[in-house]
Design a binder for this molecule. Structure first.
Ligand code: ZN
Length: 531
């Protein structure tokens, strides 16, 4: 049986831009649009041309994308003609393949917010769709507050949607603007709408205010809708929009959907999904959500001993899909409660071959437990664990030695008479027979130390050129009688690979230094730097 086509519409650049703390530049928008295009998303909504300089610029020229690049804006204002509305004109003039209009579909909003009549609202929808069609655009209508509107006055809500469809809109999108509608309500209402408008012209736009935007999107599809709108990583105002990063793998990997529907996402693109999700976080300077379904660092992580030993025998025992299918990795956590099976599983995953009865495995487990007692956290610091394992097994070369470091923090007045705090670090390193000294300033002591350490590693410098620190987290722990500091550092290299290292000490600089050293050495090991 031929599968039905289901369309994906991304609004990261429009609705996602409403997220608290998110402010896309033009370069961000172009890069994200390209990423979405490569992923195989059918529609990418870029923003509101005419509403702000970034979006106006974005729509001022053709971007040469395969996706249907969509401009968003209001239908003509009440009481004006379509030809005499500057907002509508800007939208029609934008370089876009499609226009997504937003219109009211809740009678209460028409009266109170728009202060016009139901008839004028419907006339505005008709005129706007007609005007965009006349300019050769594909047209979508976002019916704002559709579900609340339908509950209050089903005839009027449906009349708004039908007006757009009758004028030739390709899609009528039912929006749960306030995000409070529940899946069974979505299914019932979308089912009713699909009796009046064919489902292959109906879309769903769900917000996540009850943590059910993804579930609501699927409920709409099961009731007949054939377009899903959402954002990468569920970005969006308040609690966010439906998360396409969760929706896509479910559509591709779960038989209920995979057997019935086809999307524009290839298997190859699906295998890059985790990378796309993390690349967006990187651009937003946010740490990725470890617990994100499918793509989070913990999505395929197992802790308890019996689970880990079963996973070693057959991964399907505790995994609902294969982690590689979405570009993720299986991870067996090494923790205080860990048994030997976890350690063996993790060694196997990182490609260290060792006999399970090798006494060094028991020794490694002992060291992990000892160090976790004093504050190390190896389940969060995969790279530090790998180094510890390789060291215990005698497989890490002594690339270089830091013989001395010195960090100074000084508060003083600069030449302009302003009070400034300056940090400076000096690091002495021995690489083979060479003694190297580097000094660097930083915005803080750890930054200065990092800059100085990575400034000159002699013959190893070329291996660490692409290394960057992406996250730095500090926690004060009470281990025994003394308070100690645990530092976790996340690093990334030129290939987009990420790893985390840990350091523990009563002194924050020392803890940071341990984590920095582990990160640099881990990079040398990964790059196959010669001893
Ligand atoms: Zn929205």
């Amino acid at each position: 049986m031929a599968r039905e086509r289901l369309y994906l519409f991304d609004t990261t650049l429009r609705d996602g831009a409403q997220t608290n703390g998110v402010d896309f530049t033009l370069a961000d928008k172009l890069a994200i649009a390209r990423m979405l295009d490569e992923l195989g998303i059918d529609y990418v909504e870029g923003g509101y041309p005419g509403a702000n300089p970034t979006d106006t610029e974005l729509f001022s020229a053709d971007r040469k994308l395969g996706t249907t690049f969509t401009a968003f804006g209001m239908t003509r204002r009440p009481g004006r003609s379509a030809s005499n509305d500057p907002g509508l004109a800007a939208l029609l003039d934008a370089h876009a393949d499609a226009i997504c209009f937003v219109a009211k579909s809740w009678d209460y909003h028409v009266r109170v917010a728009l202060e016009t009549t139901e008839e004028e609202n419907i006339a505005s929808i008709r005129d706007s769709v007609r005007a965009a069609k006349a300019r050769g655009k594909e047209v979508l209508l976002d019916c704002e507050h559709f579900f609340d509107g339908y509950k209050a006055n089903p005839e009027f809500a449906l009349a708004c949607a039908k007006a757009a469809y009758e004028e030739g809109a390709r899609w009528v999108v039912l929006c749960d603007t306030n995000g409070g509608t529940l899946p069974h309500e979505v299914e019932r209402i979308v089912g009713a709408v699909c009796k009046a408008i064919p489902g292959d012209h109906v879309g769903i736009h769900a917000h996540n205010d009850t943590e059910q935007a993804v579930a609501n999107s699927f409920a709409a599809v099961l009731a007949g809708a054939r377009q899903i709108q959402g954002t990468l990583n569920g970005l969006g105002e308040r609690c966010g929009n439906a998360n396409l990063v969760s929706i896509i793998p479910t559509l591709k990997l779960k038989r209920e959907f995979a057997d019935r529907f086809e999307t524009g996402i290839s298997e190859g693109a699906l295998r890059k999904l985790a990378q796309v999700s993390h690349a967006l976080d990187e651009r937003l300077n946010r740490a990725p959500n470890r617990h994100a379904p499918y793509v989070g660092e913990s999505a395929f992580a197992t802790k308890a001993g019996i689970h880990a030993s079963a996973i070693l025998k057959d991964p399907a025992t505790y995994e609902h899909v294969a982690p590689e299918s979405v570009g993720n990795k299986r991870k067996v956590l090494v923790s205080e409660q860990a048994g030997k099976s976890n350690v063996l599983a993790e060694l196997e995953r990182i490609g260290i071959k060792v006999d399970k009865n090798d006494p060094r495995v028991a020794r490694l487990l002992e060291v992990v437990k000892e160090r976790e007692t004093i504050g190390y956290a190896y389940e969060a610091a995969d790279a530090s664990f790998e180094l510890l394992a390789r060291r215990t097994l005698g497989r890490v070369p002594d690339y270089f030695e830091v013989t001395q470091f010195d960090v100074n923090v000084e508060q003083r007045f600069n030449a302009k008479g302003e009070q400034v705090t300056v940090a400076m670090a000096v690091v002495k390193v021995k690489v083979g027979d060479d003694s190297l000294i580097s000094a660097a300033e930083g915005n803080g002591p750890v930054n200065a130390l990092d800059q100085a350490l990575r400034k000159d590693l002699g013959k190893y410098q070329k291996f660490i050129e692409g290394l960057t620190l992406t996250d730095y987290r500090v926690r004060i722990l009470n281990a025994g009688t003394e308070a100690v500091t645990r530092v976790l550092i996340e690093s990334e290299d030129e290939n987009g690979e990420r790893w985390t290292t840990v350091g523990v000490s009563p002194n924050i600089i020392d803890a940071s230094f341990q984590a920095l050293m582990d990160s640099v050495i881990f990079k040398l090991v990964k790059s196959g730097a010669p001893a």
